[in-house]
Ligand binder design. Structure first.
Ligand SMILES: [Zn+2]
Length: 313
């Protein structure tokens, strides 16, 4: 029985040691496994961290891509902007050209309208026409100066000044008129011929200061509305009216002679008696207007004003 007990004891002991050893080994294996597992988890975590880290690291690339795309888009946008811009620029240039042209046209029209309508009046364009109509409706340009002003060889009441001048054709005809009058012992004298816009402006303003504009406008021309600026008009007088510009001059033999003979030299009595409502001016028997012999004779024969003649012409 002792050997059996010893055997059993050793068997139990062996079994215990084996079990303990197995247990210990299993623990060791478990620890190793756990270590491996931990390592594996750390690796995984590191991988995961790497993966987690990667997106930020990729993000820049994406951002770069995005940025690139953005840049491309921007570039495209810029290109898109540029492309439309270029045409727009071209359009803009064209539009600017058109605008410049339109602006220039507007400016011209505006300037023309200013010239045409400075104070609700019209500006004549046929300034060098012998039949140019200048009155309270039709104005001469303020900068118009006849290009062929000459001094006719006739007696004047003044020794010098612009009033001694007329346009050349009118001046020569006036010389002929005065020569004829002298031959027929008609004593007439030149008082006032050409008058510049500025002179007329000064004269009219002086009258306005003295009499008021409404009154001044009845007997004095506004600047630009005086026939004297055309270089085709000449006021004449005689000793019989003290060399003045008076309506009584029309009743003198000198005045009567002019009414009858002036048309043969191309001159008309521009502001006849009884035509004030047409000419806008009172009777001025002293105011001669050159229109040329043919027209002057017709106007005289018909007994009409220049306004009426031009309407019929
Ligand atoms: Zn006059």
């Amino acid at each position: 029985m002792k050997k059996k007990n010893k055997l059993i004891f050793f068997m139990i002991l062996f079994g215990t040691v084996f079990s303990l050893g197995f247990y210990a080994r299993s623990i060791e294996i478990t620890e190793i496994f756990n270590d491996l597992k931990n390592e594996a988890e750390e690796v995984i975590e590191e991988d995961e961290n790497t993966v987690e880290d990667n997106p930020p690291s990729e993000n820049p690339s994406d951002n770069e891509l995005v940025n690139n795309k953005s840049n491309e888009e921007n570039n495209q946008n810029e290109n898109t902007k540029d492309e439309p811009n270029n045409p727009e620029d071209e359009d803009t240039e064209e539009e600017q050209d058109n605008y410049s042209e339109e602006l220039a046209e507007h400016i011209e029209e505006h300037e023309e309208s200013l010239e045409k309508d400075p104070e609700g009046e019209k500006i004549v364009t046929n300034v060098l026409d012998k039949l140019v109509l200048v009155n309270k409706e039709f104005n001469l340009p303020s900068d118009f100066t006849p290009p062929d002003l000459v001094e006719p060889n006739i007696p004047f009441i003044v020794d010098e000044g612009e009033r001694r001048y007329m346009r050349e054709e009118a001046a020569r005809s006036l010389e002929d008129l005065f020569s004829c009058a002298e031959k027929e012992q008609i004593g007439i004298i030149g008082v006032s011929g050409y008058r510049s816009y500025e002179t007329q402006r000064r004269i009219f303003n002086n009258y306005v200061e003295q009499n008021g504009e409404e009154e001044a406008n009845k007997f004095s021309a506004r600047p630009g509305q005086s026939e004297h600026q055309t270089g085709l008009a000449m006021d004449v007088s005689s000793a019989s009216v003290d060399f003045g510009l008076r309506q009584s001059f029309g009743e003198t033999k000198e005045g009567q002679w002019l009414i009858e003979n002036a048309p043969d030299f191309g001159f008309i009595i521009r502001y006849p008696e009884g035509k004030e409502h047409i000419t806008g001016y009172i009777y001025e028997p002293w105011h001669l207007r050159y229109v040329g012999e043919e027209h002057a004779q017709k106007i005289s024969e018909k007994g009409v004003t220049l306004e009426q003649y031009l309407e019929q012409h």
